[in-house]
Design a protein around this ligand. Structure first.
Ligand SMILES: Cc1cc2nc3c(=O)[nH]c(=O)nc-3n(C[C@H](O)[C@H](O)[C@H](O)COP(=O)(O)OP(=O)(O)OC[C@H]3O[C@@H](n4cnc5c(N)ncnc54)[C@H](O)[C@@H]3O)c2cc1C
Length: 494
């Protein structure tokens, strides 16, 4: 067992956690946690890129804002959206100085690409593995910072605030370690694992949201969930491989079970380039028409050289699954992809609990409205984690030495967790809310989710990573279904 004190706890080593650490005053002692290996996170999976107004001759802040508002159903927080768009280019340039390599044109300028919902080419990308390029470059930088201690494979199991300080319980190599910090930043990512099928990595269990909720922080719009229309459809894996939006951006067609284009029926102007929520809903409508859930994405008309050069990773992955995308359409279907809601934060990432910040996918800045525009998420993770760091820097005063924690450490012993909880929660969520909410199913299952939640909260289970993930998924499902049922009642559909 180990005890220690730090100035700042950062939970998460995705883009938001890493970038927050990089921008924090080096005078502060930072502890950064990653519950699995450093690169196992949604950030490292990002393919398409980062959206920002880099080409001011052909693009403008107002256009980026307009596209984001259209995609978000005009439900976006306009103040935070303006911050995102106007500050974004600064952070994309900062990435360049952190060693991130974006694809370039022959004249050396950044080769900006197009994605669904964008009216201009504004996506900076590294082939089709932008997230991995950014994460690995930032990890290299953060590892050089003497004030940052990175604890890999270290799972936050408990977080509470007492007498103005945060107390955390962290499991590392099977042992509990206890830390106190003045400030805590939750950068714990999304909630995809609450579904049967998701593009999200295994860490996306909503832990940060659960901790914030139980500390009394405001949680907002957790039912604003994005279902990406083009995940590779093999129906064999929980983690579905994403076929990036950029493939449609570069001209791919969506085809139904008869291998016929259908988007013009529902979206005559934008066709395949309509925002994600619209395309996913069109796919379900077409499924009703044809009676088949077989759908395809076809970019073979662009030629093998272009495809292999522009989408080398996707080409290879899909080839491993038995399809040559340079020659044939590939099977796709919508699946859970992103969370627009989360821990409510203000314009510099502060939650409603003093000293507690949230950044990236676990936070709700409101910039995305009800549907995130492609490639705005990495941008949000960058801009708002820097603003968090700047706010922490502003408030920094050297800390007095704190005595090691001697009391209130939760007992690690308890009953073992029964099996099957997570599977049950996932099935419930898949039935109750896939692309569009099913109000009747949500109402039917809410009481059962509440029952599981009560059992997990009060059952005296041993405090382990498995227990925390089950508790987080159940808490998240409970909040989402509660919102869905309330909406159904408001609409008079239940
Ligand atoms: C397949 C895919 C493709 C995408 N493509 C794009 C794209 O092209 N452009 C774009 O803008 N967005 C894209 N996104 C979305 C974007 O990648 C994510 O929203 C964003 O990277 C989230 O970053 P984050 O730092 O908030 O979380 P993550 O990168 O997911 O990091 C979360 C971190 O929290 C840690 N953590 C969680 N719980 C605990 C705990 N209890 N204890 C300790 N550590 C914990 C994890 O270990 C991890 O290090 C994509 C997402 C996916 C899944």
């Amino acid at each position: 067992m180990k005890y220690d004190n730090y100035d700042v706890l950062i939970v998460g080593s995705g883009v938001s956690g890493l970038y927050a650490a990089l921008n924090t005053d080096p005078a502060m002692k930072i502890l950064m946690l990653s519950k699995r290996e450093l690169t196992l996170c949604n950030s490292a999976l990002a393919q398409g890129g980062v959206a920002a107004v880099m080409d001011t001759d052909n693009d403008s802040f107002d256009l980026h804002i307009k596209d984001t508002l259209i995609a978000g159903g005009y439900k976006n927080d306009r103040g935070n959206l303006r911050i995102l768009v106007e500050q974004g280019p600064k952070d994309v340039k900062n990435l360049l100085s952190c060693g991130v390599e974006f694809d370039r044109k022959d004249d050396g300028s950044i080769d900006l690409t197009l994605e669904g919902g964008h009216s201009r080419r504004r996506i900076a990308h590294h082939k089709d593995s932008t997230g991995y390029e950014i994460v690995t470059s930032l990890i290299e930088r953060v590892k050089k910072l003497e004030n940052v201690t990175i604890l890999e494979n270290s799972h936050l199991l408990g977080l509470k605030k007492q007498d103005g300080r945060f107390y955390s319980d962290v499991m590392h190599e099977g042992t509990h370690h206890y830390y106190t910090t003045k400030t805590a930043v939750l950068a714990t990512g999304g909630i995809g694992r609450v579904y049967d099928y998701t593009t999200n990595s295994a860490i996306a269990t909503g832990d940060g949201i659960q901790f914030a909720y139980n500390m009394g922080a405001e949680i907002k719009h957790l039912s604003y969930i994005q279902f990406h229309p083009t995940a590779f459809a093999d129906k064999k894996n929980r983690e579905c491989f994403l076929v990036s939006e950029a493939v449609r951006g570069e001209g791919a067609y969506l085809l139904n079970c008869h291998k016929k284009r259908f988007m013009d029926k529902y979206e005559p102007e934008r066709k395949e380039l309509a925002p994600r929520d619209v395309v996913s809903k069109c796919i379900l409508k077409e499924q009703e028409e044809t009676g088949s859930d077989e759908f395809f994405l076809d970019i073979s008309h662009k030629g093998a050289d272009f495809i292999k050069n522009r989408f080398p990773m996707i080409y290879q992955k899909v080839l491993e699954k038995g399809y040559d995308m340079t020659k044939e359409p590939i099977p796709i279907y919508p699946c859970q992809h992103y969370l627009m809601g989360g821990i409510a934060v203000n314009g510099h990432g502060a939650t409603t609990v003093e000293g507690l910040y949230a950044a990236g996918e676990c936070a709700h800045t409101g910039v995305h409205g009800i549907n995130r525009l492609a490639s705005n998420s990495l941008l949000e993770a960058l801009v708002f984690s820097r603003l968090i760091a700047e706010d922490i820097n502003k408030k920094y005063t050297p800390d007095k030495e704190y005595a090691p924690i001697d009391a209130d450490c939760p007992s690690p012993s308890g009953k073992p967790l029964p099996s099957g909880i997570r599977t049950e929660i996932r099935h419930i969520m898949q039935k109750s809310y896939f692309v569009v909410p099913n109000y009747a199913e949500a109402e039917k299952h809410l009481a059962r989710v509440e029952e599981i939640k009560d059992m997990l909260y009060n059952g005296g289970y041993e405090l382990t990573p498995d227990y925390i993930e089950a508790k987080s998924l159940t808490t998240v499902a409970y909040i989402i279904l509660g919102e869905v049922v309330a909406e159904g009642k408001e609409k008079g559909e239940i």
